[in-house]
Design a protein around this ligand. Structure first.
Ligand SMILES: Nc1ncnc2c1ncn2[C@@H]1O[C@H](COP(=O)(O)OP(=O)(O)OP(=O)(O)O)[C@@H](O)[C@H]1O
Ligand SMILES: [Mg+2]
Ligand SMILES: [Zn+2]
Length: 508
Protein backbone atom coordinates (compact mmCIF):
# COMPACT_ATOMS: atom_id res chain seq x y z
CA UNK A 1 0.00 0.00 0.00
CA UNK A 2 1.13 3.56 -0.64
CA UNK A 3 -0.04 6.49 1.47
CA UNK A 4 -1.90 9.23 -0.33
CA UNK A 5 -2.84 11.87 2.20
CA UNK A 6 -5.04 10.17 4.78
CA UNK A 7 -5.75 7.15 2.60
CA UNK A 8 -3.67 4.44 1.02
CA UNK A 9 -3.92 2.71 -2.34
CA UNK A 10 -2.81 -0.81 -3.29
CA UNK A 11 0.56 -1.16 -5.01
CA UNK A 12 1.34 -4.31 -6.95
CA UNK A 13 4.89 -5.61 -6.67
CA UNK A 14 6.15 -7.85 -9.51
CA UNK A 15 9.50 -9.54 -9.80
CA UNK A 16 11.17 -11.10 -12.82
CA UNK A 17 14.31 -13.19 -12.69
CA UNK A 18 16.20 -14.07 -15.81
CA UNK A 19 19.30 -16.20 -15.60
CA UNK A 20 20.55 -15.47 -19.10
CA UNK A 21 22.50 -12.33 -18.34
CA UNK A 22 24.93 -10.91 -15.80
CA UNK A 23 23.71 -10.44 -12.21
CA UNK A 24 21.92 -7.14 -11.82
CA UNK A 25 19.18 -5.69 -9.61
CA UNK A 26 16.80 -3.21 -11.09
CA UNK A 27 13.93 -1.53 -9.25
CA UNK A 28 11.30 0.35 -11.24
CA UNK A 29 8.52 2.58 -10.02
CA UNK A 30 10.14 4.26 -7.02
CA UNK A 31 11.85 7.65 -6.88
CA UNK A 32 15.64 7.54 -7.34
CA UNK A 33 16.96 7.91 -3.81
CA UNK A 34 14.44 5.52 -2.30
CA UNK A 35 15.31 2.95 -4.95
CA UNK A 36 18.94 2.90 -4.01
CA UNK A 37 18.17 2.61 -0.33
CA UNK A 38 15.45 -0.01 -0.75
CA UNK A 39 17.78 -2.14 -2.89
CA UNK A 40 20.49 -2.17 -0.27
CA UNK A 41 18.08 -2.99 2.55
CA UNK A 42 16.34 -5.76 0.65
CA UNK A 43 19.58 -7.35 -0.54
CA UNK A 44 21.09 -7.42 2.95
CA UNK A 45 17.87 -8.54 4.62
CA UNK A 46 17.48 -11.49 2.27
CA UNK A 47 21.07 -12.56 2.73
CA UNK A 48 20.86 -12.21 6.51
CA UNK A 49 17.67 -14.25 6.72
CA UNK A 50 19.38 -17.40 5.58
CA UNK A 51 18.18 -17.08 2.00
CA UNK A 52 20.23 -16.39 -1.09
CA UNK A 53 19.80 -13.35 -3.23
CA UNK A 54 19.48 -14.68 -6.80
CA UNK A 55 22.66 -14.44 -8.90
CA UNK A 56 20.73 -13.31 -11.98
CA UNK A 57 19.09 -10.32 -13.53
CA UNK A 58 16.40 -9.27 -11.07
CA UNK A 59 13.78 -6.77 -12.13
CA UNK A 60 11.19 -5.52 -9.66
CA UNK A 61 8.32 -3.30 -10.71
CA UNK A 62 5.99 -1.35 -8.46
CA UNK A 63 2.71 -0.53 -10.15
CA UNK A 64 0.92 1.73 -10.80
CA UNK A 65 3.89 3.88 -11.80
CA UNK A 66 2.14 7.22 -11.49
CA UNK A 67 1.67 7.04 -7.73
CA UNK A 68 4.52 8.54 -5.77
CA UNK A 69 5.58 5.77 -3.41
CA UNK A 70 7.63 6.13 -0.31
CA UNK A 71 10.49 3.67 -0.11
CA UNK A 72 10.52 1.82 3.23
CA UNK A 73 6.83 0.87 3.25
CA UNK A 74 7.38 -1.58 0.37
CA UNK A 75 10.55 -3.37 1.55
CA UNK A 76 8.80 -6.51 2.72
CA UNK A 77 6.70 -6.87 -0.42
CA UNK A 78 9.78 -6.39 -2.62
CA UNK A 79 11.82 -8.96 -0.73
CA UNK A 80 9.01 -11.51 -0.81
CA UNK A 81 8.42 -11.07 -4.53
CA UNK A 82 12.11 -11.65 -5.24
CA UNK A 83 12.36 -14.70 -3.03
CA UNK A 84 9.21 -16.29 -4.40
CA UNK A 85 10.18 -15.59 -8.02
CA UNK A 86 13.60 -17.14 -7.39
CA UNK A 87 12.16 -20.30 -5.89
CA UNK A 88 9.32 -20.35 -8.42
CA UNK A 89 7.03 -20.94 -5.45
CA UNK A 90 4.52 -18.20 -6.14
CA UNK A 91 1.39 -18.84 -4.11
CA UNK A 92 -1.13 -20.74 -6.15
CA UNK A 93 -4.18 -19.72 -4.14
CA UNK A 94 -6.38 -16.75 -4.82
CA UNK A 95 -5.99 -15.08 -1.44
CA UNK A 96 -5.35 -11.34 -1.75
CA UNK A 97 -2.56 -10.39 0.64
CA UNK A 98 -1.02 -7.10 1.76
CA UNK A 99 2.57 -6.95 3.02
CA UNK A 100 3.68 -3.91 4.98
CA UNK A 101 7.03 -3.26 6.52
CA UNK A 102 10.43 -1.68 6.34
CA UNK A 103 13.32 -4.14 6.53
CA UNK A 104 16.32 -3.77 8.79
CA UNK A 105 19.57 -5.14 7.38
CA UNK A 106 19.19 -8.11 9.72
CA UNK A 107 15.88 -9.03 8.13
CA UNK A 108 13.82 -7.81 11.05
CA UNK A 109 10.74 -5.69 10.39
CA UNK A 110 10.55 -2.04 11.32
CA UNK A 111 7.23 -0.23 11.84
CA UNK A 112 5.74 1.84 9.04
CA UNK A 113 4.25 5.32 9.11
CA UNK A 114 0.49 5.59 8.80
CA UNK A 115 -0.37 1.98 9.65
CA UNK A 116 -3.88 2.90 10.79
CA UNK A 117 -5.10 4.57 7.57
CA UNK A 118 -3.17 2.00 5.51
CA UNK A 119 -4.92 -0.97 7.07
CA UNK A 120 -8.31 0.76 6.93
CA UNK A 121 -7.76 1.32 3.21
CA UNK A 122 -6.61 -2.29 2.74
CA UNK A 123 -9.84 -3.47 4.36
CA UNK A 124 -11.83 -1.24 2.06
CA UNK A 125 -9.93 -2.59 -0.94
CA UNK A 126 -11.06 -6.10 0.01
CA UNK A 127 -7.78 -7.75 1.03
CA UNK A 128 -8.22 -10.82 3.19
CA UNK A 129 -4.78 -11.19 4.76
CA UNK A 130 -2.63 -8.36 6.10
CA UNK A 131 0.97 -8.88 7.20
CA UNK A 132 2.46 -6.02 9.17
CA UNK A 133 5.38 -5.23 11.54
CA UNK A 134 4.72 -6.28 15.15
CA UNK A 135 5.49 -2.77 16.35
CA UNK A 136 2.42 -1.48 14.50
CA UNK A 137 0.10 -3.80 16.46
CA UNK A 138 -1.76 -1.05 18.33
CA UNK A 139 -2.71 0.87 15.20
CA UNK A 140 -3.60 -2.26 13.27
CA UNK A 141 -5.61 -3.52 16.24
CA UNK A 142 -7.66 -0.34 16.15
CA UNK A 143 -8.26 -0.66 12.42
CA UNK A 144 -9.28 -4.31 12.79
CA UNK A 145 -11.73 -3.74 15.67
CA UNK A 146 -15.01 -5.42 14.81
CA UNK A 147 -13.73 -6.96 11.59
CA UNK A 148 -14.93 -10.54 11.05
CA UNK A 149 -11.99 -12.95 10.85
CA UNK A 150 -13.69 -14.62 7.90
CA UNK A 151 -13.36 -11.38 6.01
CA UNK A 152 -9.81 -10.42 6.91
CA UNK A 153 -7.04 -11.58 9.23
CA UNK A 154 -4.01 -9.53 10.25
CA UNK A 155 -0.70 -11.18 11.16
CA UNK A 156 1.99 -9.35 13.14
CA UNK A 157 5.40 -10.26 11.72
CA UNK A 158 8.79 -9.94 13.39
CA UNK A 159 11.15 -10.81 10.56
CA UNK A 160 11.50 -11.84 6.95
CA UNK A 161 12.61 -15.32 8.00
CA UNK A 162 9.47 -15.75 10.08
CA UNK A 163 7.05 -14.76 7.33
CA UNK A 164 8.91 -16.98 4.82
CA UNK A 165 8.40 -19.92 7.11
CA UNK A 166 4.74 -19.08 7.55
CA UNK A 167 4.04 -18.66 3.84
CA UNK A 168 5.85 -21.86 2.94
CA UNK A 169 3.11 -23.75 4.75
CA UNK A 170 4.35 -23.83 8.31
CA UNK A 171 1.64 -21.41 9.48
CA UNK A 172 3.67 -20.26 12.47
CA UNK A 173 2.23 -16.73 12.66
CA UNK A 174 -0.52 -16.01 15.17
CA UNK A 175 -3.31 -13.72 13.99
CA UNK A 176 -3.71 -10.42 15.82
CA UNK A 177 -6.48 -10.30 18.39
CA UNK A 178 -7.88 -6.73 18.35
CA UNK A 179 -9.75 -7.24 21.62
CA UNK A 180 -6.52 -8.18 23.41
CA UNK A 181 -4.80 -5.10 22.01
CA UNK A 182 -7.67 -2.92 23.19
CA UNK A 183 -7.32 -4.32 26.69
CA UNK A 184 -3.64 -3.56 27.10
CA UNK A 185 -3.72 -0.09 25.59
CA UNK A 186 -5.43 3.09 26.64
CA UNK A 187 -7.42 5.94 25.33
CA UNK A 188 -5.20 8.93 25.53
CA UNK A 189 -5.77 10.50 28.94
CA UNK A 190 -6.48 14.11 29.69
CA UNK A 191 -3.04 15.47 30.36
CA UNK A 192 -2.54 18.70 28.52
CA UNK A 193 -5.45 20.90 29.27
CA UNK A 194 -5.95 22.97 32.40
CA UNK A 195 -9.28 22.85 34.20
CA UNK A 196 -11.27 26.08 34.23
CA UNK A 197 -11.42 25.89 38.00
CA UNK A 198 -7.68 26.58 38.23
CA UNK A 199 -8.05 29.94 36.53
CA UNK A 200 -9.13 32.47 39.12
CA UNK A 201 -11.12 35.55 38.19
CA UNK A 202 -11.22 36.37 34.47
CA UNK A 203 -15.00 35.95 34.36
CA UNK A 204 -15.34 37.85 31.10
CA UNK A 205 -12.58 35.90 29.36
CA UNK A 206 -14.05 32.61 30.53
CA UNK A 207 -17.48 33.58 29.30
CA UNK A 208 -15.95 34.48 25.92
CA UNK A 209 -14.22 31.10 25.74
CA UNK A 210 -17.50 29.39 26.57
CA UNK A 211 -19.23 31.24 23.73
CA UNK A 212 -16.34 30.44 21.40
CA UNK A 213 -16.59 26.75 22.28
CA UNK A 214 -20.35 26.67 21.91
CA UNK A 215 -20.42 28.31 18.50
CA UNK A 216 -17.06 27.22 17.11
CA UNK A 217 -15.98 30.85 16.93
CA UNK A 218 -12.37 31.86 16.63
CA UNK A 219 -11.11 34.10 19.40
CA UNK A 220 -8.34 36.63 19.91
CA UNK A 221 -7.14 37.55 23.39
CA UNK A 222 -5.12 40.65 24.02
CA UNK A 223 -3.55 41.59 27.31
CA UNK A 224 -0.37 42.42 29.23
CA UNK A 225 2.27 39.76 29.99
CA UNK A 226 1.32 37.36 32.74
CA UNK A 227 -2.40 38.07 32.56
CA UNK A 228 -3.11 34.41 31.91
CA UNK A 229 -3.76 34.33 28.16
CA UNK A 230 -1.72 31.19 27.58
CA UNK A 231 -3.31 29.57 30.61
CA UNK A 232 -6.82 30.37 29.38
CA UNK A 233 -6.06 29.02 25.91
CA UNK A 234 -4.73 25.78 27.35
CA UNK A 235 -7.95 25.29 29.27
CA UNK A 236 -9.99 25.48 26.08
CA UNK A 237 -10.02 21.75 25.12
CA UNK A 238 -11.45 20.89 28.54
CA UNK A 239 -14.71 22.73 27.80
CA UNK A 240 -15.19 21.40 24.28
CA UNK A 241 -17.75 18.62 23.82
CA UNK A 242 -16.47 15.03 23.77
CA UNK A 243 -15.47 13.67 20.40
CA UNK A 244 -17.52 10.99 18.72
CA UNK A 245 -15.74 7.73 17.88
CA UNK A 246 -15.71 8.81 14.25
CA UNK A 247 -13.90 12.02 15.19
CA UNK A 248 -11.43 10.16 17.41
CA UNK A 249 -10.57 7.84 14.53
CA UNK A 250 -10.12 10.80 12.22
CA UNK A 251 -7.74 12.65 14.55
CA UNK A 252 -5.82 9.47 15.32
CA UNK A 253 -5.38 8.83 11.58
CA UNK A 254 -3.87 12.28 11.12
CA UNK A 255 -1.46 11.59 13.97
CA UNK A 256 -0.57 8.22 12.48
CA UNK A 257 0.31 9.67 9.09
CA UNK A 258 2.51 12.32 10.69
CA UNK A 259 4.17 9.74 12.89
CA UNK A 260 3.10 11.49 16.06
CA UNK A 261 1.24 8.77 17.91
CA UNK A 262 2.67 8.21 21.33
CA UNK A 263 3.47 4.63 22.20
CA UNK A 264 0.85 2.71 24.14
CA UNK A 265 -1.94 4.99 22.93
CA UNK A 266 -4.71 3.44 20.87
CA UNK A 267 -7.16 6.21 20.23
CA UNK A 268 -6.95 9.92 20.92
CA UNK A 269 -9.93 10.62 23.13
CA UNK A 270 -8.99 14.18 23.91
CA UNK A 271 -9.50 16.99 21.44
CA UNK A 272 -6.19 18.14 20.00
CA UNK A 273 -4.49 21.28 21.23
CA UNK A 274 -1.67 22.48 19.02
CA UNK A 275 0.50 25.49 19.73
CA UNK A 276 3.09 25.93 16.99
CA UNK A 277 5.87 28.43 17.64
CA UNK A 278 5.90 31.57 15.54
CA UNK A 279 9.13 30.48 13.88
CA UNK A 280 7.40 27.41 12.39
CA UNK A 281 7.65 27.21 8.61
CA UNK A 282 4.70 27.53 6.29
CA UNK A 283 4.82 23.82 5.45
CA UNK A 284 4.90 22.89 9.12
CA UNK A 285 1.84 25.04 9.71
CA UNK A 286 -0.24 24.23 6.66
CA UNK A 287 1.18 20.88 5.58
CA UNK A 288 3.06 19.73 2.52
CA UNK A 289 6.47 18.38 1.66
CA UNK A 290 7.41 16.12 -1.21
CA UNK A 291 5.54 13.30 0.50
CA UNK A 292 2.66 15.43 1.71
CA UNK A 293 2.20 15.34 5.45
CA UNK A 294 -0.45 17.12 7.52
CA UNK A 295 0.58 20.43 9.07
CA UNK A 296 -0.36 21.96 12.41
CA UNK A 297 -3.74 23.06 11.10
CA UNK A 298 -4.62 19.42 10.37
CA UNK A 299 -3.09 18.12 13.59
CA UNK A 300 -5.46 20.58 15.28
CA UNK A 301 -8.44 19.17 13.34
CA UNK A 302 -11.51 18.91 15.64
CA UNK A 303 -9.59 20.77 18.32
CA UNK A 304 -7.77 24.00 19.01
CA UNK A 305 -4.99 25.73 17.11
CA UNK A 306 -3.37 28.16 19.51
CA UNK A 307 -1.23 30.91 18.04
CA UNK A 308 0.53 32.63 20.91
CA UNK A 309 2.09 36.02 20.20
CA UNK A 310 0.07 36.32 16.99
CA UNK A 311 1.84 39.43 15.57
CA UNK A 312 5.18 37.59 15.68
CA UNK A 313 4.03 35.08 13.05
CA UNK A 314 5.25 35.89 9.55
CA UNK A 315 2.54 37.49 7.50
CA UNK A 316 2.78 34.81 4.84
CA UNK A 317 2.00 32.12 7.39
CA UNK A 318 -1.04 33.99 8.65
CA UNK A 319 -2.28 34.58 5.11
CA UNK A 320 -1.99 30.87 4.41
CA UNK A 321 -4.33 30.20 7.33
CA UNK A 322 -7.20 31.90 5.57
CA UNK A 323 -8.06 29.03 3.26
CA UNK A 324 -8.29 26.31 5.93
CA UNK A 325 -10.16 28.72 8.22
CA UNK A 326 -12.70 29.21 5.46
CA UNK A 327 -13.00 25.69 4.04
CA UNK A 328 -12.08 23.37 6.90
CA UNK A 329 -9.48 21.56 4.83
CA UNK A 330 -6.09 22.08 3.21
CA UNK A 331 -5.29 21.17 -0.37
CA UNK A 332 -1.77 20.14 -1.25
CA UNK A 333 -1.02 19.97 -4.95
CA UNK A 334 1.70 17.75 -6.35
CA UNK A 335 2.54 17.09 -9.95
CA UNK A 336 0.67 13.78 -10.00
CA UNK A 337 -2.20 14.49 -7.68
CA UNK A 338 -4.04 16.82 -5.37
CA UNK A 339 -4.44 15.75 -1.77
CA UNK A 340 -6.76 17.03 0.86
CA UNK A 341 -6.17 17.06 4.59
CA UNK A 342 -9.02 17.95 6.95
CA UNK A 343 -8.37 21.09 9.00
CA UNK A 344 -11.48 22.10 10.90
CA UNK A 345 -10.07 23.71 14.00
CA UNK A 346 -10.88 26.56 16.34
CA UNK A 347 -8.35 29.32 16.20
CA UNK A 348 -7.39 30.72 19.58
CA UNK A 349 -4.89 33.54 19.31
CA UNK A 350 -3.15 35.69 21.90
CA UNK A 351 -1.20 38.89 21.68
CA UNK A 352 0.11 41.75 23.75
CA UNK A 353 -1.45 45.12 23.03
CA UNK A 354 1.92 46.61 22.11
CA UNK A 355 5.55 45.50 21.65
CA UNK A 356 6.48 46.06 25.31
CA UNK A 357 3.20 44.50 26.37
CA UNK A 358 1.96 46.98 28.92
CA UNK A 359 -0.18 49.42 26.92
CA UNK A 360 -3.39 48.35 28.66
CA UNK A 361 -1.89 47.63 32.06
CA UNK A 362 -2.87 50.25 34.67
CA UNK A 363 0.02 49.28 36.97
CA UNK A 364 2.81 49.47 34.45
CA UNK A 365 4.14 52.13 32.11
CA UNK A 366 4.18 51.43 28.42
CA UNK A 367 7.35 52.49 26.67
CA UNK A 368 6.00 52.33 23.14
CA UNK A 369 5.19 55.30 20.93
CA UNK A 370 1.66 55.53 19.51
CA UNK A 371 2.95 54.94 15.98
CA UNK A 372 4.80 51.82 17.10
CA UNK A 373 1.61 50.50 18.73
CA UNK A 374 -0.35 51.18 15.55
CA UNK A 375 2.24 49.40 13.42
CA UNK A 376 2.20 46.43 15.80
CA UNK A 377 -1.56 46.08 15.43
CA UNK A 378 -1.31 46.27 11.65
CA UNK A 379 0.90 43.17 11.48
CA UNK A 380 -2.26 41.09 11.53
CA UNK A 381 -4.13 41.51 8.30
CA UNK A 382 -7.74 42.61 8.10
CA UNK A 383 -8.92 39.47 6.32
CA UNK A 384 -7.54 37.29 9.11
CA UNK A 385 -9.11 39.50 11.80
CA UNK A 386 -12.38 39.17 9.91
CA UNK A 387 -12.37 35.47 10.52
CA UNK A 388 -12.03 35.94 14.26
CA UNK A 389 -15.49 36.53 15.70
CA UNK A 390 -14.51 37.25 19.29
CA UNK A 391 -11.99 39.82 20.42
CA UNK A 392 -11.35 40.24 24.13
CA UNK A 393 -9.13 42.14 26.51
CA UNK A 394 -7.61 40.03 29.25
CA UNK A 395 -6.64 42.24 32.19
CA UNK A 396 -4.16 41.15 34.78
CA UNK A 397 -5.80 39.68 37.89
CA UNK A 398 -4.87 41.16 41.20
CA UNK A 399 -2.29 38.83 42.73
CA UNK A 400 -4.18 38.95 46.03
CA UNK A 401 -7.23 37.52 44.29
CA UNK A 402 -5.09 34.62 43.18
CA UNK A 403 -4.32 33.79 46.79
CA UNK A 404 -7.84 33.83 48.19
CA UNK A 405 -9.59 32.57 45.10
CA UNK A 406 -13.21 31.61 45.43
CA UNK A 407 -14.17 28.25 43.99
CA UNK A 408 -14.58 28.66 40.27
CA UNK A 409 -16.76 26.50 38.07
CA UNK A 410 -15.00 23.32 36.90
CA UNK A 411 -14.68 22.62 33.18
CA UNK A 412 -17.16 19.76 33.29
CA UNK A 413 -20.03 22.12 34.16
CA UNK A 414 -19.12 24.55 31.40
CA UNK A 415 -18.70 21.66 28.98
CA UNK A 416 -22.23 20.42 29.58
CA UNK A 417 -23.64 23.85 28.69
CA UNK A 418 -21.45 23.99 25.60
CA UNK A 419 -22.59 20.54 24.55
CA UNK A 420 -26.27 21.51 24.85
CA UNK A 421 -25.72 24.65 22.77
CA UNK A 422 -23.91 22.69 20.08
CA UNK A 423 -26.77 20.20 19.96
CA UNK A 424 -29.17 23.04 19.43
CA UNK A 425 -27.05 24.44 16.61
CA UNK A 426 -26.67 21.03 15.02
CA UNK A 427 -30.42 20.58 14.86
CA UNK A 428 -30.71 23.95 13.18
CA UNK A 429 -28.37 23.04 10.35
CA UNK A 430 -29.84 19.99 8.76
CA UNK A 431 -26.86 19.61 6.45
CA UNK A 432 -24.42 17.65 8.54
CA UNK A 433 -22.24 17.90 11.59
CA UNK A 434 -19.66 20.34 10.28
CA UNK A 435 -21.80 23.39 10.59
CA UNK A 436 -21.49 25.65 13.59
CA UNK A 437 -22.74 29.15 14.23
CA UNK A 438 -19.35 30.54 13.26
CA UNK A 439 -19.79 29.25 9.71
CA UNK A 440 -23.31 30.52 9.03
CA UNK A 441 -23.20 31.89 5.51
CA UNK A 442 -24.35 35.32 4.45
CA UNK A 443 -27.23 33.85 2.48
CA UNK A 444 -28.69 32.08 5.49
CA UNK A 445 -27.79 34.65 8.11
CA UNK A 446 -31.25 36.20 8.11
CA UNK A 447 -32.93 32.82 8.28
CA UNK A 448 -30.87 31.48 11.18
CA UNK A 449 -30.40 34.69 13.16
CA UNK A 450 -33.91 36.02 13.64
CA UNK A 451 -34.21 39.01 15.94
CA UNK A 452 -37.21 39.95 18.01
CA UNK A 453 -38.63 43.47 17.52
CA UNK A 454 -36.78 45.03 20.42
CA UNK A 455 -33.49 43.50 19.33
CA UNK A 456 -33.91 44.76 15.80
CA UNK A 457 -34.29 48.30 17.04
CA UNK A 458 -31.33 47.90 19.35
CA UNK A 459 -29.09 46.70 16.54
CA UNK A 460 -30.11 49.58 14.29
CA UNK A 461 -29.20 52.02 17.04
CA UNK A 462 -25.89 50.26 17.63
CA UNK A 463 -25.00 50.44 13.95
CA UNK A 464 -25.46 54.22 14.06
CA UNK A 465 -23.85 54.80 17.42
CA UNK A 466 -20.82 52.55 17.01
CA UNK A 467 -20.50 52.95 13.25
CA UNK A 468 -20.49 49.19 12.74
CA UNK A 469 -19.34 47.94 9.37
CA UNK A 470 -21.28 45.28 7.49
CA UNK A 471 -18.66 42.75 8.57
CA UNK A 472 -19.06 43.70 12.21
CA UNK A 473 -22.80 43.27 11.97
CA UNK A 474 -22.38 39.79 10.49
CA UNK A 475 -19.98 38.78 13.22
CA UNK A 476 -22.20 40.24 15.91
CA UNK A 477 -25.18 38.31 14.58
CA UNK A 478 -23.30 35.03 14.56
CA UNK A 479 -22.01 35.52 18.08
CA UNK A 480 -25.43 36.59 19.36
CA UNK A 481 -26.87 33.41 17.80
CA UNK A 482 -24.54 31.42 20.02
CA UNK A 483 -25.33 33.54 23.08
CA UNK A 484 -29.02 32.90 22.49
CA UNK A 485 -28.35 29.17 22.06
CA UNK A 486 -26.52 29.11 25.38
CA UNK A 487 -29.61 30.53 27.07
CA UNK A 488 -31.87 28.23 25.04
CA UNK A 489 -33.72 30.95 23.13
CA UNK A 490 -35.03 30.51 19.61
CA UNK A 491 -35.08 34.20 18.75
CA UNK A 492 -32.18 36.53 19.40
CA UNK A 493 -33.08 39.12 21.99
CA UNK A 494 -31.68 42.48 22.94
CA UNK A 495 -29.59 41.10 25.82
CA UNK A 496 -27.94 38.54 23.52
CA UNK A 497 -27.00 41.25 21.06
CA UNK A 498 -25.70 43.48 23.80
CA UNK A 499 -23.39 40.76 25.05
CA UNK A 500 -22.18 39.90 21.54
CA UNK A 501 -21.35 43.55 20.89
CA UNK A 502 -18.86 43.51 23.75
CA UNK A 503 -16.70 41.10 21.82
CA UNK A 504 -16.39 43.11 18.65
CA UNK A 505 -13.01 44.16 17.38
CA UNK A 506 -11.74 47.49 18.74
CA UNK A 507 -9.22 47.96 15.99
CA UNK A 508 -11.65 48.21 13.12
N1 LIG B 1 -6.35 34.10 36.43
C1 LIG B 1 -5.31 33.37 36.84
N2 LIG B 1 -5.52 32.33 37.66
C2 LIG B 1 -4.48 31.58 38.07
N3 LIG B 1 -3.20 31.78 37.71
C3 LIG B 1 -2.93 32.80 36.88
C4 LIG B 1 -3.98 33.64 36.39
N4 LIG B 1 -3.43 34.56 35.58
C5 LIG B 1 -2.12 34.29 35.55
N5 LIG B 1 -1.81 33.25 36.33
C6 LIG B 1 -0.47 32.71 36.57
O1 LIG B 1 0.44 33.47 35.83
C7 LIG B 1 1.20 32.68 34.95
C8 LIG B 1 1.43 33.39 33.63
O2 LIG B 1 0.25 33.35 32.85
P1 LIG B 1 0.32 33.17 31.31
O3 LIG B 1 1.58 32.53 30.89
O4 LIG B 1 -0.92 32.51 30.89
O5 LIG B 1 0.34 34.69 30.87
P2 LIG B 1 0.27 35.29 29.42
O6 LIG B 1 -0.86 36.25 29.43
O7 LIG B 1 0.26 34.23 28.43
O8 LIG B 1 1.61 36.13 29.37
P3 LIG B 1 2.54 36.49 28.12
O9 LIG B 1 1.90 37.65 27.43
O10 LIG B 1 3.83 36.85 28.75
O11 LIG B 1 2.62 35.27 27.27
C9 LIG B 1 0.42 31.42 34.79
O12 LIG B 1 1.24 30.31 34.56
C10 LIG B 1 -0.31 31.30 36.11
O13 LIG B 1 0.49 30.61 37.02
MG1 LIG C 1 1.65 33.65 26.94
ZN1 LIG D 1 4.13 49.19 25.09
Amino acid sequence: MALLGLDAVPVEVEADISRATLPNFKLVGLPDTSVREAKERVRAAIANSGLTFPQARVTVNLAPADIKKEGPMHDLAIALSIVSAASKSAAGDNVRRVFLGELALTGELRPVTGALPTVLSALKAGFSEIYFPTDNSIEVGLAMEGVDSKRCIAFPVRSLAEIMLHLSGDGCLQPLDPAAVAQTTQLRPNDQSIDFAFVSGQAQAKRALEIAAAGGHNILMSGPPGSGKTMLARSMPSILPDMTREEMLETTKIRSVSNQLESGVRLLAERPFRSPHHTASGAALIGGGSYPRPGEVSLAHRGVLFLDELPEFPRSALEALRQPLEDGFVTVSRSQCTLRFPARFMLVAAMNPCPCGYATDPFHDCSCSPSLIARYGRRISGPLLDRIDLHIEVPRVDSRDLLNAINAEPSSVVRSRVTLAREKARRRFADGQNCSNATIRHQTLRQHCQLDAEAKKFLEEAVDRLKLSARSVTRTLRVSRTVADLSDCEKIGREHLAEALQFRSRTK
